[in-house]
Design a protein around this ligand. Structure first.
Ligand SMILES: Nc1ncnc2c1ncn2[C@@H]1O[C@H](COP(=O)(O)OP(=O)(O)OP(=O)(O)O)[C@@H](O)[C@H]1O
Ligand SMILES: [Mg+2]
Length: 472
C-alpha cells in the first residue's frame, strides 16, 4: 500500500523544481521514517517511502530512485534479499543499508552484494547526509559515464574534427562517404599538422571495420633494414636475430585498417613489395613461403608532394597510383581561416582542462593577429602555442587574458602592412590600420615609445592611450 506523504515531506514537494535526485526510503518503523524524512527535508531531493519489501520493489520500479535507504529487518523479509533484487534490476543504483543490529558478517555480505554503505542505528544524521551525498555523487558520475558512452556511440565520430568552414564541412562529409567503402585505398595529403592522423582515425571509426583494429605505422620512424619485417612479419630464423616468428602489421590489422603514415618516406627498395601485396592481397612473411591472404583497408598519409617525388624518381609511380585510389586533401589552416578561432577555442578547452587550468582568453587585437597569421605548422603549431601560453601564463583559479604582447614574435610580426597580394586584398578598418601601423613603428624603434611617438607624429601620452586601447 502506498504511504501518504507526511507533513515533514511537504517542504520537499515544494522543492521539486530544484530537486537534484530521488531517494527511496524502505523502512517499516514509522518513527524512523519520520525522523529520516525530517533529517532530509531541507535537502534538494525527492523522497519516496515504502514500508515493506513488496512495496519497496513497486516504488523502485515506479520512481527509479538514485539512492535507496534500505532497512534490513522488514515485515515481509530481509532487506538483504531486496538489495540483490534491486541491484540485479539496475546495477547503477546506490543502496545504503540501515540496521539496528550490527553484525560484521552481515555488513560484509551486503557490501559484497553491492551495497554502497552500511549504517548502524542510531546513526548520526550528519553521517547519513554525508553517505547520501557521496552516493548521489557516485550516481551522477555513473550517469555521466553512460551519457558519454552513448554519445560516443551515436555521434558520427567526427566530433573531433572541428571547423565550420565550407572546406571542413566538405571534408567531414567526404570522410563519412569514403568510410562506407570499406575496401577502397585512401591517400590523405596535407601539410604538416593539418590533421591527417585525425582523419585516418575518423575513416576507421566510421567504417564497418570499426570493431577491427586500427594499426598505425610511421614509415619514417622505422630503421630501413627493419621496414619489411615490420610490414610483412618474419618466420623464426629468417635472419640472424629472428629468434621468434613475428607478425607484421598487415597481419595485425586483419579485419581493420592499416594506417601507413609518412608513406612518402618508404624506402625505394620496399616499394615494389608493398605494391605486390596490394595487388595480390596476399603477403609472405620474410623467410617464409606461405602466402597469407590479407583483409585490410589501407589508409596512407603524407605531407610530401608525391607527384613531385615520382617525377624526381624518389617514389614509384605504379605504387603512387595504387595508394591514391581515393584521395583526401586536407587544406591548410590559412586556406580556411574561419576555422582558426573555433579550433583554437576547442583546443584551449581541451588542453587547459587536461592541465587543470582556466582556459586563456585572447584580447580582440590578439584575435585579429591569430586570424591573420599564416600558421605554417597548422593545427599542431596552434596546439603547441596554446601549451606554451598556458605554461607561461595559465592559472588554476583566474582566467588570464592574452594580449598582443604575450603572443610570440612570429605571430606579432606576421602582418606586413601595405604589402599584400592584390588577389586577396582585404579592406581593413581604420582601427586595424592604426593598430598595425603603431606596431610597425614600435618594431622599427625596437619598442622605444618616445622614439615611436616622435616618428608617428603624436604625443607620448596619445601613444600610451592607443597602446592601452589596442592592448599592445
Ligand atoms: N580540425 C581539427 N579540429 C581539432 N583538432 C585538430 C583538427 N585538425 C588537427 N587537429 C589536432 O591537431 C594535431 C595535429 O593533427 P595530426 O597529428 O592529425 O596532424 P598530421 O597532419 O598528421 O601532422 P603531421 O604531418 O605533422 O604528422 C592533433 O592534436 C589533432 O588532434
Ligand atoms: Mg601525422
Amino acid at each position: 500500500m502506498e504511504q501518504e506523504h507526511k507533513p515533514a515531506l511537504e517542504g520537499l514537494v515544494e522543492n521539486r523544481d530544484v530537486a537534484q535526485g530521488r531517494i527511496l526510503i524502505v523502512e517499516d518503523d514509522p518513527a524512523m521514517q519520520y525522523s529520516l524524512s525530517q533529517a532530509l527535508e531541507k535537502l534538494p531531493y525527492h523522497l519516496h517511502l515504502a514500508s515493506s519489501i513488496m512495496e519497496g520493489r513497486q516504488r523502485f520500479e515506479a520512481e527509479d530512485p538514485d539512492v535507496v535507504l534500505l532497512d534490513i529487518n522488514l515485515p515481509d523479509g530481509s532487506g538483504r534479499d531486496l538489495l540483490k533484487v534491486l541491484r540485479e534490476q539496475n546495477d547503477e543504483v546506490v543502496v545504503i543499508m540501515l540496521t539496528a543490529f550490527p553484525d560484521l558478517r552481515g555488513a560484509v555480505s551486503c557490501m559484497k552484494d553491492g551495497a554502497f554503505d552500511y549504517l548502524v542505528k542510531p546513526f548520526d544524521l550528519t553521517e547519513l547526509k554525508l553517505a547520501i551525498q557521496k552516493g548521489m555523487e557516485l550516481k551522477n558520475l555513473k550517469n555521466e559515464v553512460i551519457r558519454l558512452k552513448r554519445q560516443d556511440r551515436s555521434s558520427e565520430k567526427l566530433g573531433d574534427i572541428i571547423g565550420d568552414s565550407a572546406l571542413t564541412r566538405g571534408l567531414r562529409s567526404d570522410i563519412l562517404q569514403i568510410a562506407q567503402k570499406g575496401h577502397s585505398t585512401v591517400l590523405i595529403t596535407g601539410e604538416s599538422g593539418t590533421g591527417k592522423e585525425l582523419v585516418a582515425k575518423a575513416l576507421h571509426q566510421n567504417s564497418s571495420r570499426k570493431n577491427g583494429p586500427l594499426v598505425p605505422v610511421n614509415c619514417s620512424a622505422i630503421p630501413e633494414n627493419l621496414v619489411e619485417s615490420e610490414l610483412f612479419g618474419h618466420e623464426k630464423g629468417a635472419f640472424t636475430n629472428a629468434t621468434h616468428a613475428f607478425k607484421g602489421v598487415f597481419e595485425l590489422a586483419s579485419g581493420g585498417t592499416l594506417f601507413l603514415d609518412e608513406v612518402g618516406e618508404l624506402p625505394l627498395a620496399t616499394q615494389p613489395k608493398l605494391l605486390r601485396a596490394l595487388e595480390t592481397r596476399r603477403i609472405k612473411r620474410l623467410g617464409g613461403s606461405r602466402e597469407i591472404p590479407i583483409d585490410i583497408r589501407l589508409v596512407s598519409a603524407t605531407n610530401r608532394n608525391l607527384e613531385e617525388a615520382v617525377a624526381k624518381g624518389g617514389f614509384r609511380e605504379d605504387l603512387y597510383y595504387r595508394l591514391n585510389v581515393v584521395p583526401i586533401v586536407i587544406p591548410s589552416l590559412r586556406e580556411r581561416r574561419e576555422d582558426i578561432m573555433p579550433i583554437l577555442h576547442y583546443s584551449m578547452e581541451a588542453i587547459s582542462g587536461k592541465n587543470r587550468m582556466q582556459p586563456l582568453k585572447f584580447s580582440p587585437a590578439a584575435v585579429r593577429l591569430l586570424e591573420k597569421y599564416s600558421w605554417p605548422g597548422n593545427v599542431r603549431e596552434m596546439r603547441n602555442l596554446i601549451e606554451r601560453l598556458l605554461m607561461l601564463h595559465g592559472q588554476r583559479e583566474v582566467q588570464v587574458e592574452i594580449g598582443v604582447k604575450k603572443l610570440p614574435e612570429e605571430i606579432r610580426d606576421s602582418v606586413p602592412v601595405g604589402i599584400q597580394d592584390p588577389e586577396s586584398v582585404e579592406v581593413l578598418t581604420l582601427d586595424e590600420v592604426e593598430f598595425n601601423h603603431i606596431r610597425l613603428a614600435l618594431n622599427a624603434c625596437q619598442g622605444n615609445k618616445s622614439e615611436a611617438s616622435r616618428r608617428l607624429g603624436i604625443s607620448r601620452n596619445t601613444l600610451k592611450e592607443k597602446l592601452k586601447r589596442y592592448s599592445i
